[in-house]
Design a protein around this ligand. Sequence first.
Ligand code: ZN
Length: 45
Amino acid sequence: MLISIVEFFRNLPAKTCAGCGKEIEEQHECYVDLCHQCMGMTERD
Ligand SMILES: [Zn+2]
């Protein structure tokens, strides 16, 4: 039984921030593992 790529992504669990564990809502930034808040904090270094 084949599962379409759409079904695959629909069944993925909510993405969470690698820094604080908060759910990331910005799906278009799928290449980022940090929320905006943590990204701002890491950019200081
Ligand atoms: Zn975060």
